[in-house]
Design a protein around this ligand. Structure first.
Ligand code: FES
Length: 168
């Protein structure tokens, strides 16, 4: 069955069986192998991509998203984060802080961190509008520990990376 997808700011068409996951399409049909297979159950975060249905990008598990669902949103993978070949501030911060171990799940972490920082910036902007200061570093670190997926990465370095790259 043919599906039209919007991936990394480009229109793509794939011919795959109904029920194929977005992760399979990205890796096997579109050659975007930066998105990784880990648990296949939506738990590890290695396969996270950004999905935007028009209300802002959210990090979603591509191993759980069927291709027909993916056709209804705009997808950004780790390959699509860069603009003009330049890494984002979050990617730069991960490198600067050496916030990775084997690197297998790093793309999912960068995607998740990017979505989290966008949401936090939005929350911060809203808080300013109603004259309430943003909850600050403590809340941010707690949010990161809960939202950034990782099994093996030195998490203590990850919040520092995010702060350096995302909110600095
Ligand atoms: S592969 Fe683990 S969440 Fe998708």
């Amino acid at each position: 069955m043919k599906y039209r997808l919007r991936v990394n700011r480009a229109d793509r068409e794939v011919d795959v069986p109904r029920g194929t996951t977005l992760l399979e399409v990205l890796r096997d049909d579109l050659g975007l192998t930066g998105t990784r297979y880990g648990c296949g159950r939506g738990q590890c975060g290695a396969c996270y991509v950004l999905a935007d249905s028009g209300r802002g990008p959210r990090a979603v598990a591509s191993c759980l998203l069927a291709v027909d669902q993916a056709a209804a949103v705009e997808i950004t993978t780790i390959e699509g984060l860069t603009r003009d070949g330049k890494p984002t501030a979050v990617q730069d911060a991960f490198v600067a802080e050496d916030a990775m171990q084997c690197g297998y799940c790093t793309s999912g972490m960068v995607i998740s961190a990017t979505a989290l920082l966008r949401a936090l910036r939005l929350a911060e902007a809203r808080a300013r509008v109603v004259h309430r200061p943003y909850r600050g570093m403590h809340g941010f670190r707690r949010a990161v520990a809960g939202d950034v997926p990782a099994r093996c990465v030195p998490l203590s370095r990850t919040p520092a990376s995010l702060l350096a790259g995302g909110l600095g």
